[in-house]
Design a protein around this ligand. Structure first.
Ligand code: ADP
Length: 303
């Protein structure tokens, strides 16, 4: 992989950062994506959405995926979820091939996907009851999860009574209640205003710290990716290929104060250079001709 711009060595070579990533990579591999490719067959011909994608995600790792629009981020996460087939390569979860949707993966989408006719608690219970758990046990489980996401007081509310952020908290509880191995999130906070979004990011990190879950999170927001991730998978523009897998050197626990830290700013500069590489400067603009007609008094010269 090419490496057009590096993080300053005082960040990547710091003992604390090095040992954090050594510890992370020593943990078991939960998700392995090998030479993954996806070609859509369309009436206008083949569309290669993903090509030769390779990466591994370790237990309790938080990976963000970023890349320009149309680079295949949604296709990738839908393949990981088993909602879309792939045309080449392998996706292994705990060493087993992913061939369709399964309880070992929880999914949270950008749009609000709660059932509007069910209460918050019934929404969280839904997956458990589908898996044949008795109603009273499912209710107890749902209550635990509502407590974890801080919405126990809203157990009997209906989705339309909740704010966007609260709806997404319920969606997270609903995805986690089945105790998946991995949580797949496709721009889950993309529809929220900036303040709710920041609150949800902090909230998600708190949940992640408290339970044994690995997260793959799609976003196009660089700040969000740096704030959340251990590592960031950067995809190239169409067709999507891995450009880099960046380690985020910002220490944990993360806080809003870190947005201006050297680690944060250096990581952001590096991501920006990868996603928006400097373009060749356009031809010099034509010089203003001295004989141009003037509409002002010559004495009124401006700088
Ligand atoms: P991103 O999420 O990064 O914006 P997508 O995964 O949505 O990218 O799309 C990647 C590429 O695959 C795009 O060129 C898109 O037009 C194409 N694509 C996505 N879904 C389909 C589909 N169902 N049929 C044909 N082409 C598709």
């Amino acid at each position: 992989m090419n490496n057009p711009i590096s993080l300053p060595s005082y960040l990547t070579q710091s003992e604390a950062v090095r040992s954090r990533f050594e510890r992370l990579k020593a943990r078991e591999v939960i998700l392995e994506v090998k030479q993954l490719g996806k070609v859509y067959k369309t009436t206008k011909g083949d569309v290669t959405a993903l090509r030769d994608i390779n990466f591994r995600t370790h237990r309790r790792e938080f990976v963000c995926v970023i890349g320009p629009s149309g680079c295949g981020k949604s296709t990738l996460i839908r393949i990981l979820a088993g909602l879309e087939s792939h045309t080449s390569g392998d996706v292994l979860l705990d060493g087993k091939p992913v061939t369709g949707p399964g309880r070992d993966r929880g999914m949270v989408f950008q749009g609000y996907t709660l059932f509007p006719w069910l209460t918050v608690k019934k929404n969280v219970m839904f997956g458990l009851e589908m898996n044949n758990m008795g109603a009273s046990e499912a209710a107890r489980e749902a209550e635990l999860w509502l407590e974890l996401i801080g919405l126990e007081k809203f157990a009997n509310a209906y989705p339309h009574e909740l704010s966007g952020g609260m709806k997404q908290r319920v969606a997270i509880a609903r995805a986690l209640v089945n105790q998946p191995r991995i949580l797949l999130m496709d721009e889950p906070f993309g529809a929220l205003d900036a303040q709710s979004r920041a609150r949800m990011q902090a909230h998600l990190l708190e949940i992640w710290r408290n339970i044994d879950i690995t997260v793959v999170f799609i976003t196009h927001d660089l700040d969000e990716a740096i704030f959340l991730a251990d590592r960031i998978l950067v995809l190239k523009a169409h067709p999507g290929e891995v450009q880099e897998l960046i380690e985020v050197p910002a220490p944990r626990p993360r806080s809003a104060g870190q947005f201006t830290s050297p680690e944060f700013l250096a990581t952001k500069a590096r991501l920006e250079a990868l996603i928006h590489p400097p373009q060749p400067v356009a031809e010099e603009e034509e010089e203003v001709k001295p004989h141009m007609i003037r509409f002002v008094n010559v004495a009124d010269n401006v700088e």
